[in-house]
Design a protein around this ligand. Structure first.
Ligand code: ADP
Ligand code: MG
Length: 359
């Protein structure tokens, strides 16, 4: 068992006369036993990164290490990792027992009795010991995914690489499997890279989260760190649901002036020094109804039970606020809201970089 290190890993694809940079010089260290979630929008390079780690793609440049071993030139088979995909890729003609045991049979000298006993252990761990005689088509999606996991686990690999393994499951089963998978990973203590486009899943599962966009690694950190202290506007926008409100403001002395009469005096002007315009961000839960504040016009109110989502307009901008469940503004109602200066995010209008670190 070991950690995994990506050193300036780059992967380009030839696409006719065009060169696609799918992964652009990524540096990333996954710790021994860690559950790291690689998250980002569709097409940002997650699968390609994972396939490079697995040895299913040759890197264009850079190095991949497992512990101290440079595995860059090793083929997939020689890397001792187990992959789990979105489509479970079970063998349709084999039953569950054969599907789980198949890899061991190929790769080890174990006797049938030993393999049977390992299959039994793994099946019990996954709660599918009663299904061993069944064929994949007789199983539900959740059961099939457990079999796919069983196949990965039984090999006792140095690392698990999982590419959107829960995407084909319905919402309820998906959230149940998230918890199971996390528990299992912590029990097995195997270094895991888990790819998803779903930021909620990433936040819920990862020991740490690595956010990617457009082939580039944006930020690596705990769920709390990427949420509270995003390095740029992309990360701030991608992590969190409903999304952060971001709009253009003009700097006028110590005041930020924006859409719809937005006029916010700052007590700390250090972060905005030298800027005459900025991007200002405020998360929906940091906005409070206030007797005296910024006027917004209610469009839709969504009651969530313990709180309400208020969709409103601030001038020509849409704005989302999470407010008290007892507050019931109606469409067309103008309400006033306020927020603490400490909850304000500020971004460079050209680069999108964060101008201050939040506490
Ligand atoms: P993600 O998994 O984040 O959705 P991918 O890693 O699948 O993203 O793709 C990243 C980029 O690389 C995309 O632009 C995709 O079209 C391109 N790409 C992936 N695989 C290939 C390939 N085999 N040939 C050419 N382009 C590819
Ligand atoms: Mg993918």
């Amino acid at each position: 068992m070991s950690g995994i290190t990506l050193e300036t890993v780059r992967k380009e694809f030839d696409a006719g006369d065009e060169q696609i940079v799918a992964v652009e010089d990524i540096d990333l260290e996954i710790r021994d036993g860690e559950f790291l979630v690689l998250v980002g929008p569709s097409g940002c390079g997650k699968t390609t990164t994972l396939r490079c780690v697995a040895g299913l793609e040759d890197v264009t440049s850079g190095h991949i290490r497992f512990g101290d071993d440079d595995v860059t030139d090793l083929r997939a088979r020689e890397r001792d990792v187990a992959m789990v995909f979105q489509n479970y890729a079970l063998y349709p003609h084999m039953n569950v027992k054969q599907n789980i045991g198949f890899g061991l049979k190929l790769s080890t000298q174990l006797s049938s009795a030993e393999i049977d006993s390992r299959v039994q252990d793994v099946a019990e761990m996954l709660g599918i010991e009663d299904l061993l005689g069944q064929k994949p088509k007789e199983l539900s999606g959740g059961q099939q995914q457990r079999v796919a996991l069983g196949r990965a686990i039984i090999r006792d690999p140095a690392a698990f690489l999982m590419d959107e393994p829960l995407s084909n499951l319905d919402a309820k089963l998906r959230s149940q499997m998230r918890t199971e998978l996390q528990t299992l990973q912590h029990e097995l203590d195997v270094t895991t890279v888990y790819v998803t486009h779903d930021q909620t899943e990433a936040m819920a599962m990862g020991d740490r989260i690595a956010v990617m966009n457009d082939g580039r690694l944006q930020q690596v950190g705990t769920a709390e760190a990427v949420y509270r202290s995003p390095v740029n506007e992309f990360v701030a926008d991608f992590i969190g649901s409903p999304s952060i409100n971001v709009f253009d403001v003009r700097v006028d002395g110590d005041r930020l002036v924006g859409p719809g009469g937005f006029d916010y005096p700052l007590s700390d002007t250090a972060p905005i020094e030298g800027y005459d315009r900025l991007r200002a961000g405020i998360r929906p839960e940091d906005i409070d109804l206030a007797a005296d504040g910024i006027a917004i016009e209610t469009q839709v109110l969504e009651p969530m039970g313990n709180e309400n989502f208020l969709y409103a307009t601030l001038g020509d901008r849409e704005i989302t606020a999470r407010i008290d469940a007892t507050a019931r503004p109606q469409p067309g109602d103008v309400v006033t809201v306020d927020f603490a200066e400490s909850s304000l995010y500020l971004f460079d209008p050209d680069t999108g970089e964060s101008l201050k670190t939040k506490t």
